[in-house]
Design a protein around this ligand. Structure first.
Ligand SMILES: [Mg+2]
Length: 348
């Protein structure tokens, strides 16, 4: 069985959050072939989690040296070793293996995971734009059929309050709205922000304080704020600490930090057994890994799917389409998406 990869650099819409600005996307495509079967995966290394383009490339080159086959992949030690170097490389490989394994069994990945294939409602994210722009954007998203909106905050308390208020006013009372500070606040200001928008029915607060401030997350929960841990949750070890400290109501599961579907399911089970909810999120993911995450959602049924990054990045695959705010999955074996013509021109 062969594993091959390609490094691409894709143009993307400018995106500004409390930790910085992004203007292009570094992407790795992984293809695995076995007889006449072919599986595909994608990885987008996140520097905010210690991953990098260099590490991802190194891990994928190493993966090519392993003798693996789709029957034993899920039990062997390769993924563990690759994940330690680069979780995005491990994710790209794991997605490709689920794709090929499900194709060999004639099942969608959702079905192979024990779920049933369905459309997945996703939120759209409004970044740190001016409040008036945020209002216009929210109105247009609701018009397109999106039922939930994530609002980025974490830099200026006054602007954040105005931005959230503009989004609620424009989106109406029916939309689910939640906020994400990417760790940009301290406990005092996070609590202040939550109080100031108390009348706007904000569903939950994602990563209000920095990654290592689990006490801070726990103290915000003690004040009645529903907290989702994103940057604070990376792996099993950090999940155990979150559980131990009662630091979150939910965790944000992303394939690019877990290292793929296989680990995401395991961590989701651990969280669920401890009474924690989940969101399935993304990190600069393109359509391939977004589709894989949507199949995961069919299986674990989280509180929220936050799978919209592909809509801001140059498309190189034929899915997933978004219909009235729902990610549409094809009822085909595997993940049901493939590369479109001309993708090679984005090689880095
Ligand atoms: Mg987040």
């Amino acid at each position: 069985m062969d594993i091959s990869y390609h490094h691409l650099r894709l143009p993307r819409k400018r995106f500004e959050i409390s930790t910085g600005v992004r203007e292009s996307a570094e992407v790795f495509i992984v293809e695995v072939t076995h007889g006449s079967f072919r599986g595909i995966g994608s990885g987008t290394p996140a520097t905010s989690y210690g991953d990098s383009v260099k590490k991802c490339e190194k891990a994928l080159a190493k993966a090519g040296n392993y003798a693996v086959d789709p029957d034993t992949y899920f039990e062997d030690e390769m993924s563990e070793e690759i994940r330690e170097i680069s979780p995005s490389a491990a994710a790209a490989i794991d997605i490709a293996f689920w794709d090929i394994r499900a194709k060999m069994d004639g099942l969608s990945v959702a079905a192979a995971l024990g779920g049933s294939l369905r459309g997945i409602p996703t939120d759209r994210t409004i970044d740190l734009m001016k409040p008036a722009d945020a209002g216009r954007e929210a109105a247009s998203l609701v018009g397109e059929g999106f039922k939930s909106i994530k609002v980025k905050v974490g830099v200026s308390l006054a602007d954040d309050i105005e931005r959230i208020r503009a989004v609620r006013n424009a989106a109406g009372s029916g939309a689910r709205i939640f906020i994400d500070a990417n760790g940009g606040y301290d406990v005092e200001n996070a609590a202040k922000l939550w109080d100031k928008v108390a009348d706007l029915e904000i569903d939950f607060f994602e990563q209000p304080v920095p990654q290592d401030m689990l006490e801070g997350l726990a103290s915000l929960r003690a004040r009645g704020i529903k907290v989702c841990a994103d940057e604070s949750f990376i792996d099993e070890e950090t999940l155990d600490r979150i559980i131990e400290m009662d630091a979150a109501d939910m965790i944000n599961i992303k394939l690019m930090k877990c290292g793929g579907i296989t680990t995401a399911i395991r961590l989701s089970d651990i969280a669920g057994n401890a009474g924690l909810g989940a969101m399935v999120g993304c990190m600069g993911d393109i359509g391939i890994s977004i589709t894989a995450a949507a199949h995961l959602v069919c299986s674990i049924d989280p509180h929220q799917a936050d799978l919209d990054s592909h809509l801001s990045i140059e498309p190189i695959c034929d899915g997933p389409a978004v219909i009235r705010g729902d990610l549409s999955l094809r009822d085909k074996p595997g993940i049901g998406v493939g590369l479109i013509e001309g993708w090679q021109r984005w090689r880095a």
